[in-house]
Design a protein around this ligand. Sequence first.
Ligand code: NDP
Ligand code: GDR
Length: 344
Amino acid sequence: MARKALITGVTGQDGAYLAKLLLEQNYEVYGAYRRSASANFWRLAELGVEEQVRKVPLDLLELSNIQRVLEQVRPDEVYNLAAQSFVGLSFEMPVYTAEVDALGVTRLLEALRQVRPDARFYQASTSEMFGKVQEVPQREQTPFYPRSPYGAAKVYAHWITVNYREAYGMHASSGILFNHESPLRSMDFVTRKVTATLARIRHGQAQVLELGNLEARRDWGFAGDYVRGMWLMLQQPEGGDYVLATGETRSVREFVERAAEAAGYHLTWEGEGAGTRGFDRTSGRLLVQVNPALYRPAEVDLLIGDPTRARHQLGWAPTVSFDQLVEMMVRADMDRVARGVPLR
Ligand code: NDP
Ligand code: GDR
């Protein structure tokens, strides 16, 4: 009999890549989505798996809804990818973020304990839990110091996952994933905002790329690699905590430079801090402008992960380099704009 997997947040970036991977492994894949006026399955459609995913409405805010879904599906594996995942927005909506990202995980774990305590559980934890630098590179034992309501809510979710593993013997894992991107990334995040806007500028549909802090450093990998790591965690004899990262770090400024090159520009910078502007060296045209309104109240300055444990225990390693990732994203957005496909 095919194993059953339930993915919450199936309409998001990781949900789409994970659904595709699990279908390739012959799972019955149940995709949990938030009911809204217009369901949002474009990512599943882009990967060609929209039809094969069995869709179930589920909201992490509603316990009875979660219980009903678990009773109906009785999954062997549950991947909790659903979250209010925008760090910037969490400063505007701290209580809502905690309801979904922290208490939502408790609702799901508690319902799972009642309905299917032997199911395997994955929690989408994050490098944002490390926040203010305590140690580099960051690994499973590095102390947490979150710098946003999002990071704080995810720390709670991490520990409640560990607690259900230790208190009830559940097979529950926390994947501490560093930033991972793709052509399916939402445009709220800096990488896709950069590649989509540069593609628009190239085709005369936008004037300038406005950004916040250019000096923040992130460890950026490809989402397709990271969902494989999630699956590998649930194939281990016991649940555990694992960092997934590339082990390399780049600044937002470096990402923009590389993306501009892939779009056919050569950036040169003038000014600093809030006055920074980036020009195309050949034409002298203004391409990038810093807008201080896009700075966050508190910033995570430096993330760089140490994936040694995942490499040794899971046999996991990233396969896509930073340059390949940037090129893949720029190419996809240039192609969409050229074909007149709306950018989403
Ligand atoms: P996305 O923002 O693309 O997807 C989030 C998903 O959660 C969407 O499907 C969204 O639905 C759903 N969701 C939001 N609120 C609720 C709710 N109340 N009930 C049910 N579903 C809800 O995120 P990613 O795919 O990038 O990330 C997946 C997970 O991994 C998230 O938990 C994120 O915090 C975490 N993470 C991501 C990293 C990354 O770099 N991508 C790194 C580390 C962790 P809708 O489409 O309706 O909005
Ligand atoms: P992050 O990703 O906060 O790391 O969270 P994001 O791409 O939003 O920000 C990365 C860095 O870029 C700086 N920045 C900007 N960010 C955005 N969004 N828009 C801008 O215009 C801009 N200009 C500069 C930010 O200040 C920040 O330093 C992502 C999410 O996927 C989380 O859910 C996940 O947990 C973490 O990655 C790991």
